[in-house]
Write a protein that binds this ligand. Structure first.
Ligand SMILES: NC(=O)c1ccc[n+]([C@@H]2O[C@H](COP(=O)([O-])OP(=O)(O)OC[C@H]3O[C@@H](n4cnc5c(N)ncnc54)[C@H](O)[C@@H]3O)[C@@H](O)[C@H]2O)c1
Length: 282
């Protein structure tokens, strides 16, 4: 049975662990923050129970998922026998590199190391390990159990075997795959960050209310969700880091909207804190 370790149990890590365990992989979810790990455990069990009640999964699926999934704040324990590690820690290059250096030491030689970065370079991360051919980006979407796509991003040294392996694992998780040659923001974040930032600029300029900006994009352009609501779901801190990286790498048109920076400074991070561009009951 393929063993997957997921590093980081925040918004994305918990979702990735959820679908991996449900699709028959042995999964170890790790975080340095025990509270985040506890919240992730509650989130996953609550979501499974809801899905079972609504008939999306059976009781048997749920029980198998539960028996496939472990939680631990000890990274070594989680990764020492892993076939694949998927990293979902903060979108900060130095943090990711530190994690990958540690993984390179702790994992067996065959282990594939994947990052769930939304924007950053798997080449830069892989270069800090002794196995750049086995380093790749697997970009999942939020919420992971509902979103169908994984972008698989090949770094300069990533081998074809690693690309095929990542695509195969994604398919076993019942996702659609697109293969992308590395460039900042890949396909989706490069486009989506611009749309979200323009919506924030319009809100800041007083063009319309947050509700009406989102309503226009949904009903006028047929997007399933408004860009401000989507940014709230992503997490405004995560979105700001995405914008800062794209601004650094792709230039001026990605300069983060000052309103986004202001919300993050105020601790209004979207759904996870109960308020962002909109209010939420958590
Ligand atoms: N939020 C989204 O919608 C979304 C979508 C796709 C990809 N991503 C990407 O996924 C990654 C994670 O984003 P998120 O929104 O889940 O972030 P988050 O802030 O919700 O969670 C990050 C988690 O990582 C943990 N962490 C930090 N340093 C760690 C370390 N050294 N070892 C172990 N755990 C550590 C934190 O305690 C936290 O629980 C980022 O690279 C982000 O760009 C996010």
């Amino acid at each position: 049975m393929t063993k997957i370790a997921v590093i980081g149990s925040g918004t994305m890590g918990r979702g990735i662990a959820y679908i991996a365990a449900l699709n028959g992989f042995t999964v170890a979810l790790h975080d340095i923050n025990k509270e985040s790990l506890k919240n992730a455990e509650k989130y996953i069990y609550d979501e499974w129970a809801k899905s079972e009640q609504r008939g999306f999964i059976t009781k048997d699926d749920m029980e198998k998922g539960e028996s496939n999934l472990n939680f631990s704040s000890n990274m070594k324990e989680c990764v020492e026998d892993a076939d694949l590690v998927i990293e979902a820690v903060l979108e900060i290059m130095d943090v990711k590199i530190k994690v990958f250096k540690e993984l390179d030491q702790l994992c067996p030689p065959h282990t594939i190391l994947a990052t769930n970065t939304s924007t950053m370079s798997p080449t830069e991360i892989g270069a800090q390990t002794s196995r750049s051919d086995k380093v790749i980006a697997m970009h999942f979407f939020n919420p992971v159990h509902k979103m169908k796509l994984i972008e698989v991003i090949k770094g300069l040294d990533t081998s074809e075997e690693t690309v095929e392996y990542a695509k195969d694992i994604g398919k076993q998780m019942k996702k659609e795959i697109v293969e992308v040659n590395e460039f900042p923001g890949f396909i989706t974040s490069r486009m989506n960050c611009l749309i979200g930032n323009e919506a924030m600029n319009m809100l800041m300029e007083g063009v319309a209310s947050a509700e009406d900006i989102d309503k226009s994009i949904k009903l006028g352009l047929n997007h399933p969700m408004g860009p401000l609501e989507l940014a709230d779901i992503v997490g405004l801190d995560t979105r700001l880091r995405n914008m800062e990286y794209l601004h650094q790498t792709l230039g001026e048109k990605y300069r983060p909207c000052p309103l986004l920076t202001k919300y993050v400074k105020a601790g209004k991070l979207g759904v996870k804190t109960g308020s962002g561009f909109f209010y939420y009951k958590n």
